[in-house]
Structures are given as structure tokens and as C-alpha cells.
Design a binder for this molecule. Sequence first.
Ligand code: PMP
Length: 430
Amino acid sequence: MMTQRTLFSRGALLAQQVALEYSQSTVIAPSSLTRVRRTMSSTSIPPPACLLKPFETPHRYMFGPGPSNVPPRILAAGGRPVIGHMHPEMFEVMDHIKKGIQYAFQTQNKVTIAMSGSGHTAMECAIFNTLEPGDSVLIGVNGIWGERAAEIAERIGAKVNTIVKPPGGYFTNEEIEQALAKHKPVLFFLTHGESSSGVAHPIDGIGDLCFKHNCLFLVDSVASLGGLPLYMDKQGIDILYTGSQKVLNAPPGTAPISFSERACNKIFNRKTKPVSYLLDMSWLANYWGCDSKPTRVYHHTGPISGFFSLRESLAVLAEMGLENSWRRHKEVAEYLHKGLEDMGLKLFVQDKSARLPTVTTIVVPAGYDWKEIVAYTMKHHNVEIAGGLGPSAGMVLRVGLMGCNSSIASADLVLAALGDALKCCHKSKV
Ligand code: PMP
């Protein structure tokens, strides 16, 4: 078994040599030589001046609904030398990722992978592979993510039925069961952490209802996974996905997803091929070594560096332990909520037990322009927070404290920035 250190250290030396030779031979040329080369150039569009100088990125406190800050350990993992997407060492890293996702999701599902792409990719993968044209789907819409799921399902010709609550609300199990009985869907979509409204949807019992009504249960946990309890197997979730850039603190661009056996029965016994070749789970299950085939076949080139980062972020979560992570997010959220209320601000989600600990929504205070507040905290405190999204646009401010950002120190920074903004941004002062 190759250790992580040997896996990367031999390659690191080689890559440094290659990079050095490359920079000496082609990139750093004397300016006169560069001029001669340009005169003789056959290209009429010159190299853009902006690309001929280095770029800088500011340090920001990423306290919006995502992406979160990426800690140095995870950033460094993404900076390791690139190896081939089909190299045995890469397959080993992918196996680590698979085990990390099984832990984070609390599942034993064999078909557990990371998508090459953001949370939307996982959402489309789940919907494209599960639904065939004409299939009935039921979607819980209590914010933008249900709206998006409905639009994606509609685009592939599914029969879309929705149950709808205004932002801030959620569904009772009775309401869900009535809709399951009425629409007889093959799939029910629900968002666990509605990042547009700040609602943590209760999950207990819904998996059993879906099973009873012969329907698959699909859950979006992009904004919640790792921040509050979720047990894929115990709660009867058939398809669960998340994103890399929220609690996991990896850069955006990879998205863990897992399929139960019941879900696999549906997706691997379709009458029609899924509309997307890239997101076809028959191919992806093989690429990730989740089918029973003896060899993995080339399908697409996965984001190697993104997978290194994702592996490291899952390692951080494994070291900390899920329960510790859940506890910390809860404590920090409660501290933040109290601080906001002490400041005279109102939390958007009325039901305390349904407040998402990862993303907090605050009612835009009367007499203020939310855009001004958001711009102010960025300009004067380097703190990113956000306004509402979709149905909550104009109604709320959103603060996300996720993963390494879930700390009392970060909450204090947000409270100080908001307190200052409230003093300086009131409309009467403009
Ligand atoms: N679902 C939820 C709950 C989200 O918060 C987000 C991202 N804000 C997404 C899906 C989409 O993820 P991405 O932006 O990575 O595509």
C-alpha cells in the first residue's frame, strides 16, 4: 500500500524539475527576443496585456452562503503535482474520497462518488439519471433549490408536480404523504439546508413515506452537510449530494453524491439513455470503480487537483469527527443568533428548531437598503455577506459560517461588521 507521503513526494521533485525547465525555456524570454518573435508572428490578435503580468487575489472573510474560506492545508493539497486521471495512485485517492463521503453521508452505499463539477452538476446527475421522459416527480419548493430542481426535471420532459411553501417555511410529513399519494411520483426532491431561506428541513420519517409509496427520496445537502446531523442510510435517503465549497472548505468544483441500491435499480435499468453523456452514472460508476467490472475505462478527465483538495477536506472532517462538527456549528450559530438579536435584528426563520446552523437569514432591517449593507461590510471590514436569492431576494441578509469559518471569532467579526453597517448605512444618513 502506498503511503500518502511517498505517493506525492517522488512526483513533487519531478514536477518541480519539469516546471523549472519549462519556465527557463519558454516563458522568461529577454524582451528583445520577445519583440522579434512578435514581429514575425502570424497571429493578428496580440497576447492580452493583462495576462503578461501576475494576478493577485485579496484575502476576504468568506462569510456569505458560499464558497467558504479554504484553509492552507486544503489549498496545499490542491497544489500538489498533477498525475494522470487513470493512474493507480489517482484511483487510490478516489477510493479515499469515496470512503470519506461514505463517512460524511453515513452510508454504506457502493455507488458513492464525487462529481466533476459544482453542486448543480450533482443535482443534474441525480435528476437526469433517475427520471425518464414522462416520469412523475414531486418537488418540495420552499426556496430557490426546489425551483431549480423543478426546472431541471421539466427540461428532460418529466411530469413535474410541486408542493410549495413561502421562503422560511417547510413541509410536514402529512403534507408530503398526501402529495405522494396524489401524484404517485417515482422521485421526491427535498432540500435539507435551504440556503436561500435559512431553513433546515426536518428529514425524519420522510424516507419511510417514500419507500411506502414506491418513490425514491432525493436530498440536496449542499449547504448543510457536515453542519448538522444527516444519516443517509438510517433516514432512508436514496440519493444524497453535496458541494465541496461550503462546510467541507474545499474549492468549488467537485460534488459528492451517493445512490442507494433502490436508486441503482432504477437508474441502471432505464428504458432510455440519460440525456447527458457526461453525467451518465453507468459511465461514472465505472470511472469510480463502483461497478463490478474488472477495469475502469476512460470516460472524462476528472479535476485531479480538485479531487486532491476534496480528499484533504474529507480528511479534516474525519479527524474532527462529524458529531464535533455538528456541535460546533450549532454552538456558533446560537452565539451568532443571540448577538444579532441583541443588536435589534430579527431572524427570518421563525421556528427556532428549523434554523440552519450553516446559513443564517436576517430580515432586512426597516429603513435600510440590503445592497448597501452588503457593500459596506465588504468595503470596510473585508467581510462577505449576501442578500437573498430567488424567492428571498430583497427580504433577507445571509450569513454563512461553515467549516473552518464556524468559530466564535468569525461570528464576532460578522457582528462587528454588521453593527458598524447599521450605524453608517441608515437611509436617513444618505
Ligand atoms: N443547493 C444548495 C442548497 C446550495 O446552497 C447551492 C449553492 N449555493 C447549490 C445547490 C448549487 O451549488 P453550486 O453553486 O455549487 O452549483
